[in-house]
Write a protein that binds this ligand. Structure first.
Ligand code: KG4
Ligand code: ZN
Length: 345
């Protein structure tokens, strides 16, 4: 009899309906990500009600397709993991109800995963990252630096006092009308732009601690755009490059402080990780790689395709919890807010 453990992971907290099967040997047996971009594009951002309906239409179908793709049945599974929050509540509810139904009808453990923990642990699937590690978690909804001490145990060193980095990327893309979702488009444009052309501020630089701020930078971009009478394609590229460089500089400054704190607290720890949608950005990854090199830390980031929302991250975090004997009751309620540093296990 096979002793392989397999977890099904379901993600529906924002604008991706996703599911995946992962085993305890860190193998991805199958993964499907259905992005709702076409549904939201004409609104320039995610519309929660449209997202919830789209999750409801797709969730079951994608899970069926996933099981066929991996040639598995529900009987082969060890547990069902789902992003139980934080996120848009309509979508989270769809995932949670689906997961509970499968778990109940097949008598399987139900595991509610914090979406942020999904992002945070993914690097341990792709790389041999050890606890405790320093983490920059930067996505559409969050920008924070944490020490990941254990599964379920996070110490927050700092976070954004206004917008997240991903939000800033998305808003800049919207102002420049270069399409939704913003991050990848800004990065693409920035490649052919001059990062020194526009002098954007680097908020928080030089300040104590590890907090972030992006709203002043966003305003500076808006003002620069308004000053240009006829914005050219090259202007757009230069704005993207200058904006991205300001974001990276702020992250570098904040992470320098975080590394000091981390090293003081855990002198023997070695690992540093970036996760979340913005971790797909190569300028961000390259900056953290060189910071890690300078500070004698090992830098790991999930493969680009596992940085933005996906089912693998939920399945893997579910596996980490399952292997520690953690599971949830069917009373679990979907959580629109669920800060990582308030998790108690
Ligand atoms: O983690 P994620 O898929 O969803 C949330 O949990 O929020 O992150 C999505 C965010 C969006 O704001 C998107 O614009 C940003 O990640 N993003 C990027 C890149 N790819 C995605 N930002 C900068 N550069 C990228 N290549
Ligand atoms: Zn996410």
């Amino acid at each position: 009899m096979s002793t392989e453990k397999i977890i099904l992971g379901i993600e529906s907290s924002c604008d991706e309906t996703a599911c995946a099967l992962v085993n305890d040997k860190k193998e991805i047996l199958a993964s499907i990500v259905w992005s709702q971009y076409d549904e939201h594009r004409r609104f320039g951002g995610v519309v929660p009600e449209i997202a919830a309906r789209a999750h409801l239409e797709k969730c079951d179908l994608l899970i069926n397709e996933l099981m066929k793709k991996a040639n598995k049945t529900f009987k082969d599974l060890s547990g069902i993991a789902v992003a139980g929050g934080p996120g848009l509540i309509g979508g989270v509810l769809v995932g949670v109800m689906t997961a509970k139904t499968i778990a109940l009808s097949h008598n399987l453990p139900f595991i509610a995963v914090n979406h942020l923990e999904g992002h945070s642990l993914t690097a341990r699937l792709s790389h041999p990252v050890q606890f405790p590690y320093l983490l920059l978690l930067t996505s559409g909804g969050h920008c924070q630096v944490l020490i990941v001490e254990e599964v379920g145990k996070y110490k927050k060193l700092g976070g954004t006092i206004d917008d997240s980095a991903g939000e800033a990327f998305d808003k800049v893309a919207k102002m420049l009308q270069i399409g939704y979702p913003g991050g990848p488009n800004v990065e693409k444009q920035a490649k052919d732009g001059d990062a020194k052309k526009f002098k954007f501020p680097v908020p928080m630089k030089g300040r104590e601690g590890c907090d972030f701020s992006f709203s002043g930078l966003k305003t500076a971009v808006r003002v620069a755009i308004e000053k240009l009478e006829n914005i050219t394609d090259q202007d757009k590229k230069d704005i993207c490059a200058s904006f991205q460089s300001a974001v990276v500089k702020q992250m570098e400054d904040r992470l320098t402080h975080a590394i000091e704190i981390f090293k003081k607290e855990y002198p023997n720890a070695k690992d540093m990780v970036v996760a979340g949608g913005v971790a797909a950005n190569l300028a961000v990854r390259n900056m953290i790689q060189s910071l890690a090199d300078k500070n004698d830390l090992i830098f790991s980031a999930p493969p680009i395709g596992l940085c933005t929302d996906n089912g693998v991250m939920i399945a893997w975090a579910g596996m980490e919890r399952f292997l520690k004997g953690k599971q949830d009751s069917f009373d679990f309620k979907a959580r629109p807010r669920w800060p990582l540093d308030t998790m108690d296990n």
